[in-house]
Design a protein around this ligand. Structure first.
Ligand code: BES
Ligand code: ZN
Length: 447
């Protein structure tokens, strides 16, 4: 068997970009690579085709006397662009100063591979596992898992388990171990504003009709008031307030994490801006937001071109918290945006992927087992986090398989996931292998 780092390097060489159709063969090759590895370590592995990227499932022999943990991960990655932001090419892994740099290093290849290698080590040393293990590794997480809920429903009986363990989140600031007990949900929406039948001369027509790019800018501006609150009527209606212990956990995190200065540093900004009345940690973990992910329209080339664009667009996502319903939010957003659209243009709205927020109990027996595993592997008591990112399938897992998911993040907070120069601290990867081994033991000791 190759060394953990050699395996990670191989895994990272696949440009398994789920959002770009031309990479479908790379996703398939990556799934096959996982299949070979999971088979080599002694699990019964299968690659299942779906209408999108394949799903890889692998399991240890099922012992009905043991508990079962399903370990979820994803082998797809975000696009690496902008390429000029990378010091070295995104699919040619580089190790420097104790970190491995490549697209997918932390999100999620390094993290899921740590679990696979933890299981491999235990099997090699002991010949069997203390709990039954099922790996479920998908290739469409970064596009909202469009085929996974159906897969879970179809394969439900093969995926029966007591809990789900996932390492697809980050450690706390300062690279301290953390159990993430809440993730935000998401709802995506694209707005297209159509005006004149074709791009027009901005001198001959400027001043006489609505400019779609201006309309898009005004629509975006209308999303927030001056205090950073989202102006969509009803947006906050279902938002759950924090329990006492959660406020304590947030205060504890604030105290040890370097506060706003650390977040400014991570983001590379000089000021933090957001909803009035909440701390930064609350804004990221416990409050819903409306964000613009992309905006376009009109001339984008070199120099100037005097046109009125025929159309313009914005790509939006809302981050949601319990108990907001993505469908309700998308409807409210559409209605609000229509109400803000001036006459003379056509508003087209395309809704995209969505998923509810997810929360599990860090004080449940499995939550405590997860915390012990993190502490054992990383030598410090884990903090409890609400993280701002989303893993939309978690709500479906709860619905379809009826079990809770525990998030044992291994990414360093400065891992730059989704950004150029994504990286993972090698010690987090190796610690993740130890963490998996302790986790399986701890889970086995729960009756
Ligand atoms: N691994 C992330 C989610 C994450 C990262 C949660 C760090 C908490 C901390 C995941 O791969 C991701 O990026 N999810 C997307 C989901 C979307 C594309 C549907 C997200 O959050 O944008
Ligand atoms: Zn991601």
């Amino acid at each position: 068997m190759k060394t953990p780092l050699a395996l990670l390097t191989e895994f990272l060489r696949f440009p398994s970009i789920s959002t770009q159709p031309e990479h479908a063969p790379d996703l398939e090759a990556c799934a096959e690579w996982l299949h070979a590895l999971l088979s080599e370590i002694g699990l019964a592995a299968t690659v299942y085709p779906t209408p999108g990227s394949p799903v890889v499932v692998a399991g240890s022999p099922h012992d009905p006397a043991k508990r079962t943990v399903l370990i979820y991960g994803h082998y797809d990655v975000q696009p690496p662009e902008p390429l000029e932001g990378w010091a070295t090419p995104p699919f040619e892994p580089r190790i420097e100063d104790g970190r491995i740099y490549a697209r997918g290093a932390a999100d999620n290849k390094g993290q899921i591979l740590a679990h696979i290698l933890g299981v491999a080590e235990t099997l090699r040393e002991k010949g069997s596992l203390p709990v039954n293990v099922i790996f479920l590794i998908e290739g469409e997480e970064e596009i909202g898992s469009p085929n996974l809920a159906e897969f879970l429903t179809e394969h439900r009986s093969d995926l029966t388990c007591d809990l789900v363990a996932i390492s697809d989140t980050a450690m706390a600031p300062g690279n301290r171990p953390a159990l993430t007990y809440a993730l935000r949900g998401i709802a995506a929406l694209e707005v297209i504003v159509r005006g004149p039948a074709r791009d027009l001369h901005s001198g001959l027509f400027g001043g006489a009709l609505a400019n779609p790019a201006t309309v898009v800018a005004r629509l975006i501006a209308s999303l927030h008031d001056d205090e950073g609150h989202v102006r969509i009527p009803g947006f906050y209606d279902a938002v759950r307030t924090l329990a006492g212990w959660e406020r304590d956990a947030a205060a504890n995190l604030e105290a040890v994490s370097g506060g706003d200065e650390a977040i400014k540093h991570l983001a590379g900004v000089t000021e933090l801006v957001g909803e009035k009345g909440f701390t930064t940690i609350e804004r990221i973990g416990a409050r819903p937001t409306a964000e613009v992910n992309g905006i376009g329209g009109g001339y984008q080339g070199a120099g100037t071109k005097t046109v009125l664009p025929s159309h313009a667009f914005a790509k939006l996502t809302f981050r949601l918290v319990a108990d907001q319903d993505p469908a309700v939010i998308l409807n409210a957003a559409e209605e609000y945006l229509r109400s803000q659209t001036p006459p003379g243009v056509l508003l087209e709205i395309i809704t995209g992927h969505s998923g509810s927020a997810y929360q599990s109990d860090p004080n449940s027996p499995d939550g405590l087992a997860a915390r012990k595993a993190l502490e054992g592997a990383f030598g410090a008591e884990p903090l409890l986090l609400r993280d701002g990112g989303s893993i939309p399938i978690l709500a479906s897992i709860k619905e379809i398989l009826g079990v809770d998911s525990y998030l044992l993040g291994l990414a360093n907070p400065d891992s730059r996931i989704h950004s150029p120069d994504e990286n993972m601290v090698v010690e987090n990867f190796l610690g993740g292998i130890r963490m998996n081994r302790i986790l399986l033991e701890e889970l086995a000791s729960i009756s």
